[in-house]
Design a protein around this ligand. Structure first.
Ligand code: UT7
Length: 329
């Protein structure tokens, strides 16, 4: 049997309208536009303000627009994998809700939790369902309503995050363009430095967990920063070597958008010119599972068939990884 290659056949993002600027944040906590731009590189982030709207609403909006633009019948979608750390509820899965809200009557789905590497892990998983010959249309989505777990009185975390969703449609490739290789890793001992302490089976929600603000993101920024820089650069360089790619060969690098300094350090280790690096952290911030597909969506008009692209991420867990693919349209 001929080998099936999985291609991304469409990408679509969805962001809320509300822009939370550094100036507005400066009125909420003791910070400044200058500090945030220098240390992180974010100017504004989008926040889902509407009441009773959650991660699944952003995801469903992205999927509906994706199906429209790719002329895909919702009834033909086989599977939805939703990467998120901010599910609407602990159960049912956000993916279930998304299938319902986007009218995907014949699809099944599940959530995948790998924090900022979530989209990457989900993309590789979706790839395997296509590659096996089992399915013809798989949607992989990264979606996070980070504002729902952000403490807007904590200046060390509240400037970092934004809300967004972005989805890709996977189908068998018509040629040799598509997903080629991946390198992934996890290190559970890193859980101490970046987590959400309560609401799970370890520390169920209680008055005490609420009083202690344990339903918000906890991060030891400097430690995470150091590991992120080394892991993201290592894995990006490794995937280049393994596929005999020089910096000249690479058309685009799509890094997770956590900190401008991490992106620059990684690109430097890869010996890449800045023009080849997709960066939108300045206007969307860190949208966790959504950053990478959100970049692909924004850059989609510039992408050409056959473009050699490397995706890389590092996130809570710790989790990290790189994917090498050739753009298919
Ligand atoms: O996406 C998942 C993975 N996450 C990451 O990759 C994030 C990795 N970490 C980072 O990006 C950075 O560590 C941060 C952006 C979170 C923080 O930057 P930093 O350069 O590591 O700052 P720091 O935590 O070492 O803090 C330096 C100083 C401290 O003051 P003192 O102790 O030197 O007086 C902080 O209190 O900056 C202070 N500070 C702030 N000042 C103004 C911390 N946050 C702020 C703020 N505004 N928002």
């Amino acid at each position: 049997m001929e080998k099936i290659i999985t291609a991304i056949k469409g990408v679509q993002g969805w962001v809320p309208e509300y822009r939370l600027t550094n100036d507005e944040l400066s009125k909420m906590v003791d910070t400044s536009d200058e500090w945030i731009m220098q240390r992180i590189g974010i100017k504004e982030r989008r926040i889902l303000k509407e009441k009773n709207k959650a991660t699944s609403d952003m995801a469903a909006a992205a999927i509906k627009a994706l199906l429209k633009k790719t002329n895909t019948d919702p009834g033909n979608v086989d599977l939805v994998i939703c990467a998120t750390i901010t599910p609407d509820m602990l159960f049912p899965s956000t993916s279930n809700l998304v299938c319902y809200k986007a009218g995907l009557e014949n699809a099944w789905g599940y959530d995948l939790l790998a924090a900022c590497s979530g989209f990457m892990f989900a993309l590789e998983t979706g790839n395997r369902f296509i590659q096996s010959g089992l399915y013809k249309k798989v949607i992989v989505i990264g979606a996070d309503k980070m504002s729902s777990i952000t403490d807007y009185t904590d200046r060390t975390t509240c400037p970092l995050f934004g809300d967004a969703a972005a989805a890709v449609l996977l189908e068998p490739s018509d040629d040799d363009n598509g997903i080629i290789d991946h390198i992934f890793g996890v290190d559970g001992s890193g859980y101490k430095y970046l987590n959400l302490k309560a609401g799970g089976s370890l520390n169920p929600a209680s008055h005490e967990t609420v009083d202690n603000k344990e339903h918000f993101i906890y991060q030891e920024g400097q430690t995470v920063f150091k590991v992120a820089v080394s892991k993201m650069a290592d894995v990006s360089v490794e995937i280049m070597k393994r596929n005999n790619l020089t910096s000249e060969d690479i058309s685009w690098f799509v890094p997770h958008q956590a900190n401008m300094r991490i992106i620059e350090a990684t690109a430097k280790r890869m010996n890449l010119k800045k023009e080849k690096v997709m960066i939108n952290i300045d206007h969307y911030g860190n949208t966790t599972a959504a950053t990478i597909p959100l970049c692909l969506w924004e850059w989609e008009p510039k992408l050409k068939k056959g473009d050699k692209i490397i995706l890389s991420a590092f996130g809570g867990g710790f989790t990290w990884g790189s994917i090498y693919l050739k753009w298919a349209y």
